[in-house]
Design a protein around this ligand. Structure first.
Ligand code: ISL
Ligand code: CA
Length: 533
């Protein structure tokens, strides 16, 4: 029952995890070869970023066939083998379900170009204004227009993301039936559930222009609408048949909106990924960075701990820069890496780790636009160029925010290829792999990797860390402290998010410190994390 409340979930970005056949691209046999690593970490489930057929405009988030594996990643037999091999280790597989849009290479879309086809209404088509104007004034997520003209149909189609990601039209009931079949297909293969991509924007209530002129113009016509809840309740019927688990990526949600999606009584999703804590170093959109202020971050975490009974706890994924340079300190790389590990593994909720986080991987060290792959970065660069933003400034902005920061290959070893590949990798390997790699950390009891394993084990041992209540104690400018309580059991966590020491008045016996000290007397060293009993 609710296995996911006790599990640690690990996200794999297949392209960058492990190459097995020397083509520079991570693949499914590569994942299978690394299952022992995940088992050692105590992983209960893998969230697999998309491995379906895709022309890779957005690395798999543009699906051209939901029932086939991208040949770059292997075959359906490989996928079945992965489900089986993971299962033998007690590890479940969660697929990434991308159903807001498909690739324009999907045959539904190709058919849809023909107005007489049964697929004609699978997408949002519009002739646009008489004078050749776009159908409305909405803006997309990737910094470009969200309408593209199709010369064959002589109409525009809606795409909230990249041009080759066309939004599906759920006003057509046939679309939902297709999705239900796809769910059954994968559940029959033995996957345990889904991470549902941008799940709170499925339903568009109308294609009217928006009166709002700010960024994400038009979002009032698709953000968290009743139509989406209705779709989710229908999908839930299938998930319930199989006992499947679902976590939805929900953009721009408030706690209330989040509860509407994953409240127990709602019978929609089990969990949601919210973004507020990931937005506390920016103004509204990630392009407008501001200095990270720990206090804002703590307050946000406390708010979500209080507002939701159960959160998806994460600091990294394939869309976000790495957490150490962002919330920690590169100067105190090891200490802050362990501190962030402590945070993720001791808050109340289901912890999600992103590949490489467990060895403290940092952002890319690219210096030129040419080294990037991320479609979002490329689009934004184009837009900024249109506004005559100088190259240096463009690069500064993009280097800080590019999703490729988290997508460089996993650093298994030092040396060329980093143990990831014997070929030229599809995306550059960070040169710091000589200093940050799993092989070195495996032999080191004091490494970030050892700390993750240790805390993951502690979390499995101590029910209070999994099911205990969350009680905030301090959320200051430097220190975040809280207690977990279950019956008579009490554990206190104190984290110093600062290059300076900090004094706290907490009592209890020292259970863990990332400074490997014997006793704790109230002074936290820079980036020290302690757990007291
Ligand atoms: O990453 C973001 C900003 O940089 C988010 O706005 C992101 O686009 C949003 O969270 C949706 O992300 C998901 O859907 C996208 C895909 O590109 C992302 O990788 C995925 O996580 C479209 O499928
Ligand atoms: Ca490969």
């Amino acid at each position: 029952m609710e296995w996911w409340k006790d599990a640690l979930i690990y996200q794999i970005y297949p392209r960058s995890f492990q190459d097995s056949n020397g083509d520079g691209i991570g693949d499914i046999p590569g994942i299978i070869s690394r299952l022992d690593h995940l088992q050692e970490l105590g992983v209960g489930a893998i969230w697999l970023s998309p491995v379906y057929c895709s022309p890779n405009a957005d690395n798999g988030y543009d699906i051209s066939d939901y029932r086939e594996i991208n040949p770059e990643y292997g075959t359906m037999e490989d996928m079945e083998e992965l489900i089986d091999q993971a299962g033998r280790r007690g590890i479940r597989i969660l697929m990434d379900l991308v159903i807001n849009h498909t690739s324009t290479e999907h045959y539904w879309f190709k058919e849809s170009r023909d107005k007489t086809s049964p697929y004609a209404d699978y997408y949002y088509w519009s002739p646009g204004g008489a004078d050749g104007a776009l159908p409305n004034n909405w803006t997309g997520f990737f910094g470009e227009d969200c309408w593209e003209f199709d010369p064959q149909r002589c109409e525009y189609y809606l795409h909230l993301f990249a041009r080759s990601q066309a939004d599906l039209n759920y006003h057509n009931p046939a679309v939902l039936e297709e999705i239900k079949d796809i769910l059954r297909f994968w559940l029959d293969k033995g996957v345990a559930g889904f991470r549902c991509d941008v799940i709170n924007i499925l339903w568009k209530d109308s294609l009217e222009s928006s009166k709002k002129r700010l960024a994400l113009t038009g979002s009032e016509h698709y953000l968290s609408l009743e139509g989406t809840h209705d779709i989710l309740r229908q999908l839930r019927e299938i998930w319930d048949e199989y006992g499947a688990f679902t976590v939805g990526e929900s953009v721009f949600v408030t706690p209330q909106r989040a509860r509407d999606l994953c409240g127990k009584d709602r019978r929609e999703l089990d969990l949601v990924f919210s973004f507020e804590h990931m937005e506390c170093d920016q103004y509204f959109l990630k392009w407008f960075k501001r200095k990270f202020r720990p206090k804002i971050f703590f307050d946000c975490l406390v708010k979500w701990q209080k507002e939701l009974d159960w959160n998806a706890i994460y600091l990294e994924n394939h869309d976000q820069p790495r957490s150490i340079p962002r919330f920690g300190s590169e100067k105190f790389w090891k200490e802050s890496g362990k501190l962030l590990a402590t945070l993720v593994l001791t808050l109340r909720g289901t912890p999600f780790l992103y590949q490489g986080q467990e060895i403290g991987m940092t952002n890319f060290d690219f210096t030129r636009m040419r080294q990037l792959n991320d479609v979002e970065s490329k689009n934004v660069d184009k837009v900024l160029r249109r506004f005559h933003v100088p190259q240096k400034l463009r690069w500064k902005l993009i280097a800080k925010t590019s999703r490729d920061n988290a997508r460089t290959p996993f650093q298994w070893e030092g040396g060329e290829g980093a143990g990831f590949t014997s070929a030229r990798p599809w995306l550059g390997i960070n040169h710091n792999c000589a200093a940050i790699n799993l092989a070195d950390q495996e032999g080191d009891g004091d490494s970030i990797w050892s700390w993750y394993k240790d805390l993951s084990a502690l979390r499995r041992e101590r029910e209070v860390l999994r099911r205990g209540e969350f009680v905030p104690l301090e959320a200051g400018r430097q220190v975040f402290a809280y207690r977990r309580e279950l019956g008579e059991e009490r554990l206190t966590v104190a984290l110093n998010f600062s290059d300076d020491p900090a004094q706290v008045s907490l009592d209890g016996q020292l259970l863990r410190s990332n400074y490997r000290r014997e006793r704790f007397e109230g002074i936290l060293q820079p980036w020290e994390a302690v757990i007291l009993e």
